[in-house]
Design a binder for this molecule. Sequence first.
Ligand SMILES: N[C@H](CCC[C@H](N)C(=O)O)C(=O)O
Length: 256
Amino acid sequence: MNLEFYKYQGTGNDFVMIDNRTKIFPKEKTDIISHLCDRHFGIGADGVILIENDKEFDFKMIYFNADGSQTFCGNGGRCAVAFAKYLNIIDSKTKFIAIDGKHFAEIENDIVSLKMIDVDEIKIQENSVFAYTGTQHHVEMVDNLDHFPVFEKGRKIRYSYANPGSNVNFVQQINNSTFRVRTYEKGVEDETLACGTGVTAVAIAMHKTNKTNSNSISLPVEGGNLEVSFSENNGVYTNVFLKGPAKFVFSGKIQI
Ligand SMILES: N[C@H](CCC[C@H](N)C(=O)O)C(=O)O
């Protein structure tokens, strides 16, 4: 079968986007997902995103990690909004549904501001914080991110969590409201250039542990800059927004 695809990236977190409103994609074949993500034998991406019709929302977004596992994806959600606008499914505002629930988003030029789920599952651990922001995230502060062994240390921590494990974010504080992040992603099983649900977990963890008193955080990542803002009441984080660029890269057809 000849499959039409669109490649998008959000601060370097990159995705194969498929317009699956006619349900042509064989979702059950996770080997196809891995093939599409393969950077030598396929298109190359951190994950695959399907856009489908939905009775109640503008569209449904389905995210697959490169290994075929499904979770929510913040940067992917921002790219899904940009792709939905390209497909004329939406204009500048949207409500869509994903595996972790409903999301509101706005797009202006290439910048997408995505409302994340409320975050109330936050565990302060010995030298780290765990938070659920649509998927599992471990957050740990380090001194020198430039020379930190993200893959080796990230992989170890990722598997130290009970199945399905956790994504792992290493953080260096730059100033009161700026935190640099590098992330090892489960399901990709490598460091990615950015992780939207990850920087969301970092921003909230830094506020929760009083490393910042700001509710608008800048998060420079390997692939660019992201912003996270939120409200906090009695330890529950609401009005959580992830903002940053989401860009079309190329389109094509691939035999699957
Ligand atoms: N890159 C994604 C995170 C995907 C999470 C996935 N790696 C998992 O939890 O298995 C993001 O921007 O939020």
